[in-house]
Each structure stands twice: as structure tokens, then as C-alpha cells.
Design a protein around this ligand. Structure first.
Ligand SMILES: [Zn+2]
Length: 176
């Protein structure tokens, strides 16, 4: 992965957005949501929406338990934050997610006008922030959330995922 300067629109109000010093705390909350997702057989990915250094919404992946292909942690957290705040525009919010967002979730962050996306581990197969595409920085997008990768979380995020898949393989050896 390359490292490059972060681009994107300036913050609507810098005082309301999570700062790098907040990353450890909020990534921990997202990780907790990921752990809970594994309890109902879902890939352990978690997300939290932060505003004013406070979590306004949190969610884990629910694709399996809800039989919903769009029930990714980020989408569920964005929907919940919009419900709590009573508005679709989340331009004063940060999205914390354990794994680099996919195309749908990055698209949802753009549609919600999220100010900042922070992820804990890259997804080399489907991550579109910096791994397989750079959607948040695409010039044709009408909004550019800022984003940052929080490497200190990577090991724990990846351990959670590999433990989940190891357990799954053991319980259903024929599954692909
Ligand atoms: Zn997604």
C-alpha cells in the first residue's frame, strides 16, 4: 500500500470531528461491535459514528443474521446515526470502522457527507479507500470525506477475522 497525503474537503467544523488522538478509543468501540457480530455468525466487522467526541451510533455486520446483503456495519451505523440525529447529512461526523470500507459503504459515507473515515485494517481485496480503488478521493464524487488508516488496530482486527474464519471452517468443513 502506498502512503500519500490525505485529500478531501475541509471539515465543516473542526471542533466536532474526531482527532487522531481519539482513534484508539473509538476504534476500540468499533472492534467491540465486530466481536458482537461474530456471536451471531457474522464476519466480525464493527463501526461507530462519532460526533463531538461522542458515539452517536454503533453497529456490527449483520449480513448473515438479517439475510441482508447490504447489512454491513458501516451502512447500519450510518442509518442509525441519521435516525438519532434526525437528518441524513452527517457532515459533522466521523465513521470509524475496523476494516477498510467496500464500494457500497464508501459510497454510503459519501452520500451521508461523512466528514472523516477512519479504518483499522486494509482490505486488499475489496477496500476502496486505498487498496483496490480510491473512491473517497475520486474527482467525480461530489463529496470527499477525509480519511485515515489507523495501523495500531490492524493486528487485533486481523486476529479477530482469522479466528472467526478458523472457527467457521471447523464447524462447517464443506463450506467454501
Ligand atoms: Zn461494506
Amino acid at each position: 500500500m502506498r502512503d500519500r497525503p490525505h485529500s478531501g474537503a475541509p471539515f465543516a467544523d473542526p471542533t466536532t470531528i474526531a482527532r487522531p488522538g481519539d482513534d484508539e478509543r473509538f476504534m476500540r468501540e468499533a472492534l467491540e461491535e465486530g466481536r458482537l457480530a461474530a456471536h451471531h455468525g457474522d464476519v466480525p466487522i464493527g463501526a461507530a459514528i462519532v460526533r463531538d467526541a461522542t458515539i452517536v451510533a454503533r453497529a456490527g455486520n449483520r449480513r448473515e443474521v438479517d439475510a441482508d446483503p447490504t447489512a454491513h456495519a458501516e451502512v447500519l451505523a450510518i442509518r442509525e446515526a441519521a435516525r438519532v440525529l434526525g437528518r441524513w447529512r452527517l457532515s459533522d461526523c466521523a465513521l470509524y470502522v475496523t476494516v477498510e470500507p467496500c464500494a457500497m459503504c464508501a459510497g454510503a459515507a459519501v452520500l451521508a457527507r461523512v466528514a472523516l473515515v477512519v479504518f483499522g485494517a486494509p482490505d486488499e481485496k475489496a477496500g476502496v479507500v486505498r487498496s483496490v480503488a480510491e473512491l473517497l478521493d475520486a474527482t467525480w464524487m461530489n463529496h470527499h470525506p477525509r480519511w485515515r488508516y489507523y495501523p495500531p488496530a490492524r493486528e487485533e482486527v486481523e486476529r479477530l477475522l482469522s479466528e472467526f474464519f478458523t472457527t467457521q471452517r471447523r464447524s462447517s468443513p464443506s463450506a467454501d
